[in-house]
Design a protein around this ligand. Structure first.
Ligand code: NAP
Ligand code: G4F
Length: 324
């Protein structure tokens, strides 16, 4: 009988962590989730699988906590998804973002190196590293030009992952994931802000939706599809870096058009531009080239953009109706 594989996920309470946990459970894994201490419980995204996973406390800011956690749980794979992940917040909290999103990766990698360097490691890198893009579409070889403290922190996290691979011959892979969304997306990110806003307006709870730059373009996919690519990377004989994207880009304005249109509303009557949501330095256009992921991993995005938008609007409508 094949022994059960055991995986540790940092950031299990986040959007991606919850989908990855579901996916790994379905593959027969034992799943351990690292959670940080909090005065209130925030398990909304994992409560439906809570009896199937093990939750243990640890923090990216505290290396000893991760060494102890690895010693106790002995995973064969670590998925490092935890981060301060909201770009806008990174200008207000640049040092904290660096401590968590950049140095947190070194702490986790070092904990792995100390406890068991044979553990396979996945780092959640980001298309934000491409920032002011120097090539369209962006691929694994495109130079980075980050535009926010978050993007800068992710570049550090990416290179330290490459460095531990090269310095210690560890199986460390970096997934350069483009924006991926779902009904579990945090409410502050633009897609969920829009779909939640649409649902609130449709139900008469709000009259307008205040947004920033409507012309920004993103390569948006479905989070449920993207976590599969993370797992596929760690099943390869050799560690490597991969762009994970749809290869198509859409503007925030178009997202609004589709989301409002889905409930029979005209976005231009409800969306109000608000300077507070403009960024000091914007990432205007992201579009990834997922050719390598398709060729080497056999990964491809399964959910079309229009389906993603309607799925999110419908989920927000259902959620709000339940609360009314
Ligand atoms: P998310 O929903 O914001 O989740 C972030 C997770 O990190 C949460 O579970 C959070 O815990 C945890 N966390 C934050 N600081 C921590 C700390 N100091 N110690 C331990 N845990 C901590 O993010 P996501 O959208 O799932 O993204 C997952 C990862 O992929 C992140 O690294 C993100 O930067 C990266 N990424 C995301 C996208 C995307 O489009 N979603 C694209 C590229 C890369 P709490 O619940 O306690 O706050
Ligand atoms: O939804 P966003 O906040 O996502 P952003 O900045 O692209 O970052 C997300 O994707 C990255 C991958 O590329 C991840 F690494 C990162 O962790 C995160 O998940 O903003 C998307 C775009 C931006 O151009 C922003 O300026 O939407 C524009 N936008 C316009 N109005 C707005 C708003 N963004 C937010 N959050 N709120 C607005 O009102």
């Amino acid at each position: 009988m094949t022994p059960t594989k055991r995986a540790l996920i940092t950031g299990i309470t986040g959007q991606d962590g919850s989908y990855l946990a579901e996916f790994l459970l379905a593959q027969g894994y034992e799943v351990i989730g690292m959670i940080r201490r909090s005065s209130t419980v925030n398990f909304e995204r994992i409560q439906h699988i809570q009896d199937k996973i093990t939750l243990t406390t640890g923090d990216l800011l505290d290396e000893v906590s991760m060494i102890n956690l690895l010693r106790e749980s002995r995973p064969s794979e670590v998925y490092n998804l935890a981060a301060q992940s909201f770009v806008q917040t990174s200008w207000g909290q640049p040092v904290f973002t660096g401590e968590t999103t950049a140095l947190g990766v070194t702490r986790m990698l070092d904990a792995v190196r100390i406890v068991d360097p044979d553990i396979r490691f996945y780092q959640a890198s980001s298309s934000e590293m491409f920032g002011k893009v120097v090539e369209v579409p962006q691929r694994e070889t495109t130079p980075f030009y980050p535009r926010s403290p978050y993007g800068v922190a992710k570049v550090y996290g990416h290179w330290i992952t490459v460095n531990y691979r090269e310095s210690y011959d560890m199986h460390t892979s970096s997934g350069i994931l483009f924006n991926h969304e779902s009904p579990r997306r945090g409410l502050e990110f633009v897609t969920r802000k829009i779909t939640n806003g649409v649902a609130r307006i449709k139900l008469g709870l709000d009259r307008e939706l205040r947004l920033g730059n409507l012309e920004a373009q993103r390569d948006w996919g479905f989070a449920g599809d993207y976590v599969k690519a993370m797992w596929m990377m760690l099943q390869q004989d050799r560690p490597d870096d991969y762009v994970v994207a749809t290869g198509k880009t859409q503007s925030v304005r178009h997202f609004c058009e589709l989301a409002f249109g889905h409930v029979g509303l005209d976005y231009s009557k409800y969306v109000v531009l608000d300077e507070r949501f403009m960024r000091p330095a914007e990432v205007d256009l992201l579009v990834g080239d997922p050719t390598k992921a398709r060729a080497m991993l056999g990964w491809y995005p399964e959910t079309p953009f229009e389906q993603l938008v309607t799925m999110m609007v419908d989920a927000d409508l259902a959620l709000l109706k339940k609360q009314l």
